[in-house]
Design a protein around this ligand. Structure first.
Ligand code: F6P
Length: 358
């Protein structure tokens, strides 16, 4: 018995923990594991892959990135923009099927986010026995309560805010930290709460610059002379657009809202303000313990699902338990922050402003 695994889309802390979990569980069953390099691209003839075993995967769990490499571009892209689905071209699909047949792979584990799982679903519908494993720092997949990588990204935001706090307070400045997450505000919300931000701006709660400036002035009046603002890259003012910086492989790149908010705050409050964009620091580096454990559990569950022959399923974390759901259900909608949910309200209860005047 031989199975395949690939990572696809943006990298994410915890990918190597999934590979480690898959190889560990598969080895116990006496199965061989082939890892395709650079996502689905590794499936193109003549095939770019490596045999994975316990020796090759020892010690990889603590490494960021993925030992297999990944890409969010290439021949297999099936979702662009805000969710427009495209079919993987038939000739590319045929090549993928051939390599699976040639290498005698009995199941393929696809570790990816919404776009990559959409490709995985198309492969499954074409007869390749696929199992999905959800991955994204954005934590925005609807069919799982959490994805690995999110906790590590939040830890990086919290660490950044701890550092920014000391410099902001020394200089009595406002500092705006822009964080990732695309259309979802999970990283900004959790990172902002964990790092003690005073103002958190989310895509799910359109803000007004007047309310943001009022919140800064209120802090000043109360005797607090430094203010930390976390802004999600996908946040936008009421009636405003998301700030973007061009496209890459048909995908709009988010970014730039932090500078805009900082400039407006300085102008409207007279407070010296600086912007800092955390960028890919949120994706790199060692995964947290939680992400290593979640990644391991996801990898083991993927092997279990293969054992059961439950193809077309995606590993899913629900109610503290790792189970599964059909991939089809998982890629339908994004899971966004509830604007009036318990987490947002807990932050509000401690005096955090979301720039909406509430
Ligand atoms: O989806 C993960 C993510 O890190 C987003 O939060 C971010 O907008 C995007 O990927 C960045 O992508 P790239 O690495 O292509 O710049």
């Amino acid at each position: 018995m031989r199975i395949g695994i690939l990572n696809s889309g943006g990298d994410c802390p915890g990918l190597n923990a999934v590979i480690h979990g898959v190889v560990g569980a598969a080895t116990q069953l006496g199965w061989e594991v082939i890892g395709f390099r650079d996502g689905f691209e590794g499936m193109l003839p003549p095939g770019d892959y490596m045999m994975l075993d316990k020796v090759k995967t020892t010690g990889i769990m603590k490494l960021g990135g993925t030992i297999l490499g990944t890409t969010n571009k290439g021949h297999f892209v099936a979702k662009v923009g805000k969710g427009d689905v495209m079919a993987v071209p038939p000739d590319v699909m045929e090549k993928a099927k051939k390599i699976i047949e040639m290498l005698e792979i009995r199941a393929l584990i696809v570790v990816g986010g919404d776009g990559s799982l959409t490709t995985g679903l198309q492969l499954f519908e074409e007869g390749i026995p696929v199992i999905g494993v959800p991955k994204t720092i954005d934590n925005d997949l609807s069919a799982t309560a959490m994805t690995f990588g999110f906790d590590s990204a939040v830890a990086t935001v919290v660490d950044a805010l701890d550092r920014l706090h000391t410099t902001a307070s020394s200089h009595k400045r406002v500092i705006v930290l822009e964080v990732m997450g695309r259309n979802a505000g999970w990283i900004a919300l959790y990172g902002g709460i964990g790092g003690g931000a005073d103002i958190i701006l989310l895509p799910e709660i359109p803000f007004s610059m007047e309310h943001v400036a009022d919140a800064v002035k209120a802090k000043e009046a109360s005797g607090q002379h430094s203010v930390l603002i976390v802004v999600a890259e996908g946040a936008s003012p009421i009636d405003g657009e998301i700030t973007t910086k061009g496209e890459s492989a048909g995908e709009v790149r988010f970014g730039g809202i932090g500078d805009k908010v900082a400039a407006a705050v300085e102008e409207m409050t007279g407070k010296e303000t600086r912007a800092c964009t955390l960028g890919h620091l949120q994706r790199g580096g060692a995964p947290t313990a939680l992400d290593r454990i979640l990644g391991t559990r996801f990898g083991v569950k993927a092997v279990d699902l293969i054992h059961e022959g439950a193809f077309g399923q995606m590993v899913s974390y629900q109610q503290y338990h790792v189970g599964s759901v059909p991939i089809k259900e998982a890629v339908n909608e994004l899971r966004l922050v509830e604007a009036d949910g318990e987490v947002v309200n807990a932050a509000r209860a401690t005096g955090v402003s979301f720039g909406d005047g509430a």
